[in-house]
Design a protein around this ligand. Structure first.
Ligand code: MLT
Length: 410
């Protein structure tokens, strides 16, 4: 009989968001008239900006015509999109990233999960706690951890707590680590990293020959001019970091799927015999073997995100969600809740009231206010006693959610 990958059996019951979905669906079945407002998963609600859909329509027409039809595209992505990204997201900001260092993909979730294919089994992996669950679960699947403890932490991983006590800034690990996942603006806490914080990590990685896996999917939400948008704004980062970015949360591509990963040509790792090896060709090999590229129509849509109209429309979308975050923050603070994040990020992170656990608070909000959020403990042991609200929703729903929230906690 075929053997399974036993490491999957170590995974906690369900991926966090499907588990929330299961509980919410059960509630809705029992309470069919309840008007549930979902501020759980960070999924966008507003339609794609017109500059993007116009470009997609045009690309569809090209696909309908024999003379402009395209079959397989380059696995790494079309040059028109890689160049637009390099020019606008990096070179225009004085950051040295070239088009051929950019790999177009179908999502940062996929890329942050897939990247570990190119790293050896015996790497020591560090994650913040709380953390976006994909970084942990994919390492569990790959067999890079032992079993989970009762608090949900896997042996073999190094957890770096980020709580109100340390101002949500992870300390450098006391033991040497080889791969470090950092996500800024942070999911789930909605906090950001200063230049000094990122420099501390880049210096650490350079000293230890570690690699930083930098998830910048929420970069567009940074409004504070002093906060870096890319890890490559930090001198020396090209030698030690891979950066992940996405069109999901800025341009609304959660349903249409387009993202990219930057693997600088300067980045190296060591082979088992100690030889220094370039990482870029390894990722190129992995990507072109297991992935066949993002559809042409979608890449044309993503390219339009960089047109003058596209930029203005995206800026407006991000501004809209940030205003939602601000309404949530103010509404919660008004009833005495401790609130973090939500200023340069679409997530508001709060301390649960009256010492309730994260899941107790989840159930109370669902039952009494028909509101869905995400329990902090679902993101890691140090998230216990915290709760996340997503600002991705209509204005009407956010305003209504604030009213209901206030009723439950006051
Ligand atoms: C979240 O809610 O944390 C996000 O939706 C996760 C994701 O983008 O995959």
């Amino acid at each position: 009989m075929a053997r399974i990958n036993d490491h999957f059996l170590k995974l906690k019951a369900g991926y966090l968001f499907p588990e929330i979905g299961r509980r919410v669906n059960a509630f809705c079945e029992e309470n069919p008239d309840a008007k549930v407002i979902r501020l759980g998963i960070g999924d966008v609600t507003e339609p794609l900006p017109p500059a993007i859909t116009e470009a997609m329509h045009k690309a569809i027409d090209e696909m309908a015509d024999r003379s402009t039809f395209r079959g397989y595209g380059p696995e790494q992505g079309y040059d028109f999109l890689r160049t637009a990204i390099a020019d606008n997201d990096y070179q225009a900001r004085g950051v040295n990233v070239k088009a051929d260092e950019i790999f177009i993909s179908d999502g940062s979730k996929c890329d942050t999960g897939n990247i570990i294919d190119i790293f050896g089994q015996d790497n020591k992996v560090a994650v913040t706690d709380p953390v976006y669950p994909v970084y942990v679960d994919t390492n569990v699947m790959a067999g890079r951890t032992g079993e989970a403890s009762s608090s949900g932490q896997y042996s073999g991983l190094v957890y770096l707590p980020v709580t109100a006590e340390n101002d949500f800034t992870p300390e450098l690990p006391s033991e040497s680590v080889d791969l470090i996942y950092l996500c800024y603006p942070n999911n789930p806490t909605g906090t950001v990293a200063t230049k000094e914080t990122l420099k501390k990590w880049v210096d650490y990685a350079r000293e230890k020959e570690a690699i930083i896996l930098f998830d910048a999917a929420y970069e567009a939400y940074i409004r504070n001019p002093d906060i870096p948008h890319s890890i490559y704004e930090i001198p020396g980062a090209r030698d030690v970091a891979i950066e992940f970015r996405s069109f999901s949360k800025n341009a609304g591509f959660t349903g249409t799927r387009c993202a990219f990963t930057v693997v600088p040509k300067d980045l190296k790792g060591r082979a088992a015999d100690g030889e220094l090896v370039d990482i870029h060709p390894l990722w190129n090999r992995r990507h072109s073997t297991k992935f066949n590229g993002v559809p042409y129509v979608i890449q044309r849509g993503a390219e339009a995100a960089y047109s003058p109209a596209g930029k203005a429309q995206i800026n407006e979308l991000v501004r809209f969600y940030l205003e939602n975050a601000s309404l949530l923050r103010k509404g919660l603070e008004a009833v005495g809740i401790d609130v973090y994040g939500g200023v340069d990020a679409p997530y508001v992170w709060l301390k649960t009231p009256r010492g309730l656990t994260s899941w107790e608070f989840f159930d109370r909000l669902l039952q009494q206010a028909h509101l869905v959020g995400t329990p902090g403990s679902g993101f890691g042991a140090s998230g216990e006693g915290y709760f996340r609200l997503s600002a991705f929703n209509s204005r009407e729903n956010v305003e209504e959610a604030v009213k209901r929230f206030q009723k439950v906690v006051s």
